[in-house]
Write a protein that binds this ligand. Structure first.
Ligand SMILES: Cc1cc2nc3c(=O)[nH]c(=O)nc-3n(C[C@H](O)[C@H](O)[C@H](O)COP(=O)(O)OP(=O)(O)OC[C@H]3O[C@@H](n4cnc5c(N)ncnc54)[C@H](O)[C@@H]3O)c2cc1C
Length: 413
């Protein structure tokens, strides 16, 4: 049976959502892709290629490829800045959504970056990760002071292109759809609650902050004074494998990702000394053991999770940890500390479970597509890291599997 008159809705334009959109359109299905932020590509598009002298299979380049493929499909309609408000009926489902018009006019913005420097709130202005298909910058309403009654207009006043329109409006829309895929992804754990000084000490970064920094500049520099960091520490499992937080799972990607980043830093900054604090290293994949053996030759590996980070009067970071061999508390000093934050359920999961009158699993992730324990309503599917921590390659293959099942469902009428 032909399915080229069928319609599918995808919620979340990370690598899983983009893969699903591209494949469904390839089968002739009309696709609407909703993304709540102004940018496509989710977390994967924010990552840095980790190749030093050869490809290390980090998967970062996959995201851009998926993004370009999905955006070139005539049958894929994309709504950024958009969230679903309600879903009613049963096949076809009726979807009501709300779109916030972008605060930065992509045609007028030339990406000069003046707004970044003027903005007093870190992270409130984001740089476009894929400028070929999206705006150069976007303003986050949830962080921008203009929307917090403080009426800050520094970015708008400074913009030489008059591209920033802080008072833009929201519009409602609706559509009918035969099937829905939830690809709302994960959230990186916010380590502010940990005793590591994140949010207080500028040289304590999350792994995602470090990825963004390395996209902007080749060296890891200390945000406090712009000096190139010589001593860099990675602390693993921040917010994962933590029963007290209710996150007992291993986030799977962090060991590989941090070790690749450590190698990249060493290849660019020959004098850099890297220390790796860990519980145990998860070496997934058949090539990883070899990579790990090579990597650890030049990295100081310390099997301990530090209890505290303090800032010294010379603006160094003092890391306090318990050395299990010496059975004593020790200190070490660093220019920059990178916290390898865990992957936790995104707020989009709860939101979609509520809208769909369904459920998340006990950890807060969406039930895996096809789960017997949490059977999905008819025509509702999940894919990618919305269902649990996954690598980019796994997110892609989970979207492929989901699309395969959806196509059969749509064809069955
Ligand atoms: C620091 C760090 C380093 C990593 N390094 C690697 C690596 O080296 N190799 C690797 O393979 N993987 C790595 N990963 C993991 C990789 O980022 C994920 O595998 C990938 O991003 C999962 O893609 P996804 O599409 O499932 O989810 P996401 O990337 O989280 O995308 C989900 C999208 O859905 C959107 N969304 C959420 N809720 C809604 C809603 N209600 N409505 C509309 N849109 C919504 C989000 O804005 C987002 O764009 C890393 C992750 C982190 C944090």
């Amino acid at each position: 049976m032909s399915i080229d008159h069928k319609h599918a809705t995808i919620v979340g334009a990370g690598v899983a959502g983009l893969t699903a959109a591209d494949l469904l359109a390839g089968w002739g299905v009309n696709v609407t892709l909703f993304e709540k932020t102004p940018f496509l590509g989710g977390h994967a598009i924010q990552l840095n290629c980790k190749a030093a002298d050869a490809c290390v299979k980090c998967g970062a380049c996959v995201a851009e490829d998926k993004l370009l493929r999905a955006t070139r499909q005539a049958k894929v309609e994309i709504h950024t800045g958009t969230q679903i408000e309600t879903i009613s009926g049963r096949r076809p489902y009726r979807v009501a959504y709300r779109t916030h018009s972008p605060l930065v006019n992509a045609d007028q913005c030339n990406g000069c970056g003046i707004c970044f420097h003027k903005c007093p709130v870190p992270g409130a202005i984001l740089q476009g990760m894929a400028p070929r298909v999206g705006p150069y910058v976007a303003i986050r309403r949830d962080l921008c002071r203009y929307f917090d009654n403080a009426a800050c207009t520094l970015c708008r006043d400074a913009c030489p292109q008059d591209a920033i329109h802080l008072s833009s409006q929201a519009q409602s829309g609706g559509l009918q759809t035969d099937a829905i895929v939830v690809t709302t992804g994960f959230a990186p754990y916010n380590p502010s609650r940990k005793p590591y000084g994140y949010d207080r000490f500028p040289n304590v970064l999350t792994s995602l902050d470090a990825e963004r920094l390395l996209r902007e500049q080749p060296m890891i520099k200390r945000p406090s004074d712009g000096r190139t960091a010589r001593r860099v520490a990675f602390i693993q499992c921040v917010g994962s494998r933590d029963v007290q937080l209710g996150h007992p799972w291993c986030s799977k990607i962090c060991c590989g990702s941090s070790l690749r980043m450590a190698r990249l830093i060493q290849s660019r900054q020959k004098e850099a000394q890297i220390t790796f604090f860990y519980i145990d290293v998860q070496t997934f994949g058949k090539d990883f053991q070899r990579f790990f053996r090579n990597a650890r030759e030049n990295i100081t590996m310390i099997r301990a999770i530090p209890g505290d980070i303090l800032r010294t009067d010379t603006d160094e970071l003092e890391v306090v940890y318990f050395d299990p061999d010496a059975k004593a508390s020790k200190e070490a000093w660093f220019d920059v500390v990178v916290l390898s934050v865990g992957l936790i359920p995104s707020a989009g999961n709860d939101q979609m479970a509520r809208i769909l009158d369904w459920t998340t699993d006990e950890s807060g992730f969406m039930p895996l597509h096809g789960s017997e324990r949490y059977p999905a309503p008819p025509g509702i599917y999940t894919a990618g890291a919305a269902t649990g921590p996954m690598t980019i390659a796994e997110s892609v293959s989970s979207a492929e599997k989901t699309v395969f099942d959806m196509v059969q469902y749509l064809a069955a009428g």
